[in-house]
Design a binder for this molecule. Structure first.
Ligand code: SAM
Length: 250
């Protein structure tokens, strides 16, 4: 099995594919000042199996276009939406976040949790701005240094995986320079990484290896995840996910 099939197999049974939490999605809705009664068009980009999509569909009077480039994740999202009774408020779209088929100014809100790194924060916020109505809201979570300096081991690790990792102040400046007015920022609490993301992932490693005959590829996937988790446990005071909320200006 190639790497992408292995990653789909590891992640598709999980409620989320990255750090986050329902309470934190609610907090971002509140910080953004979104009126729960007003009808909204929302795009949730890099939605995975739909943790944030389903929370937004339940909370808001919204129609949500849930975008991911993996149909397997969208299939899970659709069946979860059916089972919680919000399927009529969600359309799924299998597309690349770098080549979205939207018309300009299509959405009131663009939401993206733990996904913009796939195209890079700077390019993502600039490109996606075109799909927001003037005055529309961007809510995006992004890997972020929490302190001005940090140990060399963790600096090297994230520089090699995601060189765009930076301080919140730098991300906020980027938003300001890309035609947004920042409205808020908070760092996801540890439980969004540990209880909500890493623990469910770890409990699935055994079954994942069994399903995949403990192949070299499957073992490598688990080792890589375990390395990331061990580094998080060691260095979690230095980095996290920042949630950025901004309004399109102009
Ligand atoms: N938002 C979900 C969550 O928080 O649980 C998923 C986060 S997961 C870390 C990143 C998601 O982005 C995955 O579902 C992945 O399939 C999707 N993705 C990665 N590259 C993409 C691309 N170029 N276009 C669209 N989706 C992409």
């Amino acid at each position: 099995m190639d790497d992408i099939r292995l990653l789909i197999d590891l992640f598709k049974g999980k409620l989320r594919q990255g750090p986050g939490g329902e309470a934190e999605t609610v907090m971002a809705v509140e910080l953004a000042g979104i009126d729960r009664g007003v009808p909204l068009a929302i795009a949730d980009i890099g939605c995975g199996t739909g943790a944030s999509t389903l929370a937004l569909a339940s909370l808001l009077n919204a129609h949500i276009t849930a975008v991911d480039f993996l149909q397997d994740f969208l299939d899970v999202l659709e069946s979860r939406a059916q089972s919680v009774g919000v399927a009529d408020r969600i359309d799924t779209l299998c597309a690349s976040m770098e080549d979205l088929p939207f018309v300009a100014e299509a959405f009131d809100v663009i939401w993206s949790e733990g996904a913009i790194y796939n195209m890079g924060f700077q390019k993502g916020v600039a490109d996606w701005r075109n799909y927001l109505k003037p005055g529309g809201l961007l809510v995006v979570s992004e890997l972020t240094w929490l302190t001005g300096t940090r140990p060399a081991e963790i600096q090297r690790y994230w520089d090699s995986i995601y060189p765009e990792i930076d301080l919140a102040s730098a991300k906020i400046r980027m938003l300001e320079q890309s035609g947004y007015a920042p409205l808020g920022y908070f760092a996801l609490p540890e439980q969004c990484w540990r209880e909500n993301y890493y623990h469910p992932l770890q409990t699935g490693f055994g079954d994942f290896l069994e399903r995949n005959g403990s192949s070299g590829g499957a073992l490598a996937v688990v080792e890589e995840q375990q390395r990331e988790i061990a580094l998080y446990e060691r260095y979690k005071s230095y980095y996290g996910y920042g949630v950025y909320i901004a309004r399109r200006v102009g």
